[in-house]
Ligand binder design. Sequence first.
Ligand code: DHK
Length: 146
Amino acid sequence: MKPIHILNGPNLNLLGKRQPEVYGHETLTDVEARCAALAADLGVALHFAQSNHEGAIVEMIHAARDAASAIVINPAAYTHTSVAILDALNAFDGPVIEVHISNVHKRESFRHHSYVSLRADGVIAGCGTEGYLLALRRVVSLLRAG
Ligand code: DHK
């Protein structure tokens, strides 16, 4: 099985420092370490990345077309604005799970709409950083189910 790509959007590099009451105290490096440990338990390879730039995320998704078996993506603010990220995901053939650390539906109305949800096979919101682990388990079970 090709690696699973976990992609993170803008401001998630500040995880742990930015609005901890909303996003928690763990850093993105902590999240990556927890995902890597779970991936090792599940016997899958992982690639973990973050960018603050929309075009860079589009290019990460293009790279995943050949390199990844599945994508877990937290597009952060681009969730609510980016047709370009939706279009790139529509050009990817494997499972896609969308993750939000916070419960976007309990927050401002502009966070209630997601372009990415038009492509995602599943959406996890409001489970904190554990959402990444849930998403990882889900893509592995989808891939193993064939
Ligand atoms: C992260 C962000 O940065 C916000 O722009 C989204 C998402 C929610 C999250 O909960 O992980 O609206």
